[in-house]
Design a protein around this ligand. Structure first.
Ligand code: 5AD
Ligand code: SF4
Length: 473
């Protein structure tokens, strides 16, 4: 058994990062013959992409995917640790799985992802959920065939959560959700240690993939017909800072753009590392999409300091202006936390004022959730739940107002849309995203799926738009 350890995660400065190639032993390739797997994913795009890797590994082991949990032989929950509410959902879901295992004892069930990297979660599983079969962490995904093999052999809980500063495993296969757009990891982990955030503990030290591996992955995706890549990392603009080379995110973005892929996106950017060179590269390369997710978290300098965000409100606004001046057409979105310890009414008003200034295209907003092991969890949480909820509601009203205003500007305009699929709600309608990441529902023939088309926007909603194809590209 290997359990996670937060003290190690905190004090990992001088540890080295190993890169190796994924391999699967021949004798593990038919373990899943005639067996079905079901996987449920919580959390961010990084987790979604990990799930794509897990699915491909399971299919190499001959498992077949199924979308009904009750019919599966193997059930996995790929979890998120960023806020407490997912923990409640996951433990609730475990109740359903336990129930199923009572009638189908052969079912193998496990937890992976960020919650598995939390000491307190693993302790809880070891005391109250011992009937689970496997627990593995974010650093062990490549080892899934062995972990599963061991659990099947032992017929008792197998916990494999590496608490290492982090590794890089190249060559893990992926069963991608889309045939047209793909996630490409460019770096793993985070060294920022914002005081509220669990990611540096659950995902390890910042480590950048080498550029050749990234460029090769993008070129392979182009050969397979992909039109869009999203470069993924917790803090993508710190790319390269951990490598011994003078090559950073601006250079990487440019090189990815030069592969000729139709669309390049990147998430998430930390305002601290966003350079002028990056802005120039985005401006000069038409295939880098004018969409920037730039989490601000708070509009108050007192709170930004307590959060350990390393920038002030003024610095954020300066960067925001610089981006908007260079890229006036771009859309900028953000993340905001309300109810951080010691956030006064006046601090919160400063956040509202900042939103009034930036008029974000949209924002993800959250109530602060204390995460055990982080510095903010030790701060006195002195705001009542009612007050936090009120602040969230007030903020959301403002955010929605500006989302709608931002969308309104598109009415009657013609914009490029990558048409991905049928709309979830209506099979007669197509859906896709503009270059600026606006969701558009489109009247049109299914032959357009998998192409980028000029779409005239005919109607505006708060979270989406309607449009029609005006001229075939
Ligand atoms: N509580 C509330 N929100 C959080 N986030 C990260 N950690 C917490 C926390 N402890 C939010 C931040 C981040 C987004 C992914 O989740 O806004 O940008
Ligand atoms: Fe968490 Fe992002 Fe801060 Fe890293 S930069 S600690 S991932 S909020």
């Amino acid at each position: 058994m290997k359990k996670p350890n937060f003290d190690f995660a905190r004090n990992r400065k001088d540890t080295s990062v190993e890169t190796s190639e994924y391999i699967i032993a021949e004798n593990l390739k038919n373990i899943g013959q005639n067996k079905k797997y079901f996987i449920k994913t919580y959390g961010c795009q990084m987790n979604e992409h990990d799930t794509e890797n897990i699915k491909a590994i399971l299919e190499q082991m001959s498992y077949t995917e199924i979308d009904k949990m009750e019919d599966a032989d193997l059930i996995l929950l790929n979890t998120c640790a960023i806020r407490e509410n997912v923990h409640d959902k996951v433990f609730g879901y475990l109740g359903r799985i336990k129930h199923l295992k009572q009638t189908k004892p052969h079912v193998v069930a496990g937890i992976c992802g960020c919650m598995a990297q939390e000491e307190s979660v693993v302790d809880k599983i070891l005391s109250k959920y011992k009937w689970l079969d496997i627990v593995f962490g974010t650093h062990n995904i490549h080892d899934l065939p062995n972990i599963l093999d061991k659990a099947l052999e032992k017929k008792e809980l197998e916990v494999q959560v590496l608490s290492i500063a982090g590794n890089i495993i190249e060559g893990i296969p992926a069963k991608r959700v889309s045939k047209y757009k793909a996630w490409v990891n460019i770096m793993y982990g985070c060294d920022k240690f914002c005081t509220y955030c669990i990611v540096p503990y659950t995902r390890g030290k910042q480590r950048s993939r080498d550029k050749e591996s990234i460029i090769n992955e993008v070129k392979n995706l182009i050969n397979q017909g992909y039109l869009e890549v999203t470069l993924l990392g917790q803090n993508v603009n710190a790319y390269g800072k951990d490598l011994d080379v003078s090559y950073g995110m601006a250079e990487l973005l440019k090189e990815v753009a030069l592969t000729g892929i139709k669309r390049v996106r990147f998430v998430t950017s930390h305002p601290w590392d966003f350079t002028d060179e990056m802005i120039e590269v985005i401006k000069d390369n038409k295939n880098i999409m004018p969409y920037i997710h730039l989490p601000v978290q708070s509009g108050s300098n007192n709170i930004l300091k307590l959060m350990g965000r390393r920038y002030t409100r003024e610095k954020y606004l300066e960067l925001f202006d610089k981006i908007k001046k260079a890229l006036p057409y771009s859309s900028i979105t953000t993340d905001i936390i309300v109810g951080f310890p010691n956030e006064t009414e006046s601090d919160f008003n400063e956040t509202l004022e900042l939103v009034n200034t930036c008029k974000f295209d949209s924002a993800f907003t959250f109530v602060f959730s204390p995460r055990e092991g982080t510095p903010a969890a030790k701060m006195v949480d002195n705001i009542s739940l009612v007050e936090k909820e009120n602040r969230l509601q007030e903020l959301n009203i403002l955010i929605n107002k500006y989302s709608k205003e931002a969308n309104d500007k598109y009415l009657g305009k013609t914009v490029p849309v990558l048409i991905e699929d049928y709309s979830q709600k209506n099979k007669n309608i197509l859906m896709g995203y503009t270059d600026t990441m606006k969701l558009v529902n489109i009247v049109g023939d299914s032959k357009y799926i998998g192409t980028i088309q000029n779409v005239k926007i005919t109607d505006i909603k708060t979270w989406s738009m309607d449009g029609e194809i005006v001229n075939e590209l």
